[in-house]
Design a binder for this molecule. Sequence first.
Ligand SMILES: *Cc1c(COP(=O)(O)O)cnc(C)c1O
Length: 328
Amino acid sequence: MNTNKIDLGFFPTPLQKLENLSQIYPDYNIYIKRDDNTGLASGGNKTRKLEFLIQQALDKGCDTVITAGAQQSNHCRQTAAACAKVGLKCHLLLGGDQPDLYDGNLLLSSLLGATIHFTGKNRKGEDKELLKEKLENEGNRCFMIPYGGSNSVGALGFVHAVKELKQQITEKQMEIDYIFFASSSGGMQAGLTVGKELYGLSSELIPISIDKDETNGSSLEEAVFNIVKELMQKLSINKKIELSEIKLNRDYDNAGYGVLTSHEINAIEELAKKEGILLDPVYTGRAFYGMLDFLRKKKLPLNSTILFWHTGGLPALFKFGKELRSES
Ligand SMILES: *Cc1c(COP(=O)(O)O)cnc(C)c1O
């Protein structure tokens, strides 16, 4: 399998101990992996996937990238930045109608030179094929990136990330017992699952579901499972894996995608005020709340070492000023 990648970000991202938080929850040692600092136009976890996806686009001789997402999509913003860097045209299909004011990720995607198509009720890239046909008729060679960059090529970024983490913990002579992160389109979870196998990382993954809705009639577990199977085959890993082995924690996604509740707000405020680190309202705020809930209720063995994998999303904070400041 072609596992070439292009350099788009700052790696390795820092692995840091959250000293203040570890004092507040003295039964645990708490660390953070700073993928909010991957570098691509304010960072985030999609940079890792795009290193492999954009390489594939270039290998195929494409000149145009098409992808889809929400208006505040971090994936679309990082895709726009990656395309700008390597000189590809970028077309984004974003759900909903064109707003009067561009802010957050939408503002950045536009500044980064992407052509933006507002797709109304079609929120998950349903219009991709039509756009591709149109652009190809105009003489462009198009490369499609799936929702969230989640296929077996994008997920390679997180297989690679496990190697990076393994190196860091070896240097620090430490072990990590549990890894919390926000899981949404499944590419990160699939990559970490396979990376764990490939590099012998013993940590248990605790992916926190962000979006309670199903995509295309299949569950997130199934989506992760399918990418894992494909990846294992491509990387010649001879291990049988069952759907039931793909774990996903769904205890925190009840409010629905992108809905900010007091849970996320309190989690964002706690990390900001105790450690000076900003979470985002949609993904990491929710996943971090889930982790704090585990710690407060002592659901994990005492003295465990816990890692929160920060996946970025900062620009969306600026979209939520009203919700964030009306509480306090
Ligand atoms: C996309 C994203 C995730 C989820 O990653 P998936 O691979 O789509 O599951 C988590 N956090 C942030 C900030 C994201 O942008």
